[in-house]
Design a protein around this ligand. Structure first.
Ligand code: G4P
Length: 195
């Protein structure tokens, strides 16, 4: 997706060979016009998949997921990383270990919002080692929901997550796939779509 790649090149900051900072439009300040374009792009790519719900993870997955849900006309559920006052029982939960942050989070959703009747699109802002996506897959398996595919805004293609998820047969759509981060530069992979 060219407009996203241009935004990454103009505003992204390469913090190291493994970390890209995109706080100005995705992870802290949010660019609503770009999010709307991202939503339209995912909706186009997953048209005809009979999606009934989108599942993402708080916090940065929510903006692109909501814009995709708006275009597809389906609700968006976000898994919580912390127990909330009102989300206490009747939950599906999974353990997610972050290699980046070296910490584990239990992610949860209410059993009220996803069921075996649903066909779900999983979405997230970044795909690195794939732990967040595998946590959401675990939750959807508990709910016996069908998984239509996985939509990722920025994939770090040099890390293992994308490969592992595709090897398990999931349909993954990535809008910007990064081949390399080095010397302050971002190099994108040529192909954007892998099935
Ligand atoms: P994984 O789920 O693919 O295994 O990712 P990992 O544990 O490595 O990442 C943990 C958190 O760090 C996630 O955000 C993920 O989106 C983010 N992350 C990973 N690599 C990068 C990167 O290069 N740049 C940026 N900006 N973020 C990265 P999170 O903790 O869920 O944060 P948030 O959604 O609340 O913002």
């Amino acid at each position: 997706m060219d407009v996203l790649k241009q935004k990454i090149l103009s505003e992204g900051k390469v913090l190291s060979d493994t970390v890209l900072k995109v706080d100005s439009f995705l992870n802290h300040q949010i660019d609503p016009v770009l999010m709307q374009e991202i939503g339209k792009e995912f909706a186009q790519r997953f048209k005809g998949f009979d999606i009934t719900k989108i599942l993402t993870l708080e916090s940065s997955g929510i903006a692109p997921a909501v814009m995709t849900g708006l275009t597809l006309g389906v609700p968006v559920v976000f898994a919580r990383k912390r127990k909330s006052l009102t989300l206490t029982d009747h939950l599906y939960s999974a353990e997610v270990y972050s290699f980046t942050k070296k910490e584990s989070n239990e992610i949860s959703i209410s059993q009220d919002f996803i069921s075996s009747e649903d066909t779900v699109l999983i979405m997230d802002d970044f795909l690195a080692n794939g732990q967040a996506v595998f946590g959401m897959i675990d939750i959807l398996n508990q709910a016996k929901a069908r998984i239509a595919g996985i939509g990722i805004v920025i994939e770090k293609g040099f890390q293992e997550g994308g490969k592992k998820i595709r090897q398990q047969g999931y349909h993954v759509e990535t809008l910007a796939n990064i081949a390399k981060l080095s010397d302050g530069n971002v190099t994108f992979k040529k192909e954007e779509t892998c099935i």
